[in-house]
Design a protein around this ligand. Structure first.
Ligand code: AP5
Length: 207
């Protein structure tokens, strides 16, 4: 299975991607995570990416497409992969077509009124787990690995507004793009819990 997970910022892509990768035994590739690892490591890519990420804009295509192309050339993706956060524009989708043959684009539909609270209340762990403050009962410790949780630099109201605007202009057109290729499946998340969304996702994937 070679699939794309599409959705607005805060739609729950990371939350669902972890579960999908585990259940279906495929590799989870998140361009956002790759950029954050580069920022943490102080690489040239990280230095470049940070200015765009902090502004809620897309990191330039030349850098992003090259990173994904290189990642998809590794042996571990042979049994399938899940792209989380790529492609994010029609240009990136066209580039992806040149080096990959995608089976499915799974779109997580989420009400935009929920997004600001979800993202600004998000706390993440270096192990990859993600939480919402409302579920932490005042704790700041990851239940999975015991490390301290932190807030992403781009999870502030101003940057979230810019990220949403970038999504609407650059990324949302991909819904029609993959629908036209009969590769789109959408899951309406509404007020479903992450477990309920995952159930709906599995129904689509098991078909
Ligand atoms: P990226 O890291 O991909 O961020 P994003 O797309 O904005 O998505 P998020 O990670 O914010 O949200 P998510 O959908 O994964 O939601 P999550 O599961 O965490 O990209 C960051 C930046 O990198 C971009 O802005 C861009 O600058 C750059 N970049 C990345 N890819 C690029 C590309 N291809 N080209 C150019 N630039 C690129 O959930 C959010 C919160 O909600 C959590 O707190 C979670 O616990 C909670 N939650 C999840 N599901 C539910 C639910 N069902 N009910 C209630 N709460 C829920």
């Amino acid at each position: 299975m070679k699939m794309i997970l599409l959705g607005a910022p805060g739609a729950g892509k990371g939350t669902q991607a972890t579960r999908i990768a585990e259940k279906y035994g495929i590799v989870h590739i998140s361009t956002g995570d790759i950029f954050r690892a580069n920022i943490k490591g102080g690489t040239e890519i990280g230095k470049l990416a940070k200015s765009y990420i902090d502004a809620g804009k897309l990191v330039p295509d030349s850098v992003t497409c090259e990173i994904v192309k290189d990642r998809l050339s590794k042996d571990d993706v042979r049994n399938g992969y899940l792209l989380d956060g790529f492609p994010r524009s029609l240009y990136q989708a066209e580039e992806l077509n040149k080096f990959a043959d995608i089976d499915l684009c799974l779109n997580l539909e989420v009400d935009s009124s929920l997004i600001m609270d979800r993202i600004c209340g998000r706390r993440v762990c270096s192990c990859g787990e993600s939480y919402h403050v409302s579920t932490l009962n005042g704790s700041n410790i990851c239940a999975k690995c015991g490390n301290e949780l932190y807030r992403r630099d781009d999870d502030n109201p101003e940057t979230v507004k810019a990220r949403l605007s970038t999504y609407n202009v650059m990324t949302a057109p991909l819904i029609a793009y993959y629908a036209a290729q009969n590769k789109l499946a959408s899951v309406v998340c509404g007020t479903k819990t992450p477990d309920e969304v995952f159930e709906a996702v599995c129904e689509v994937l098991d078909k």
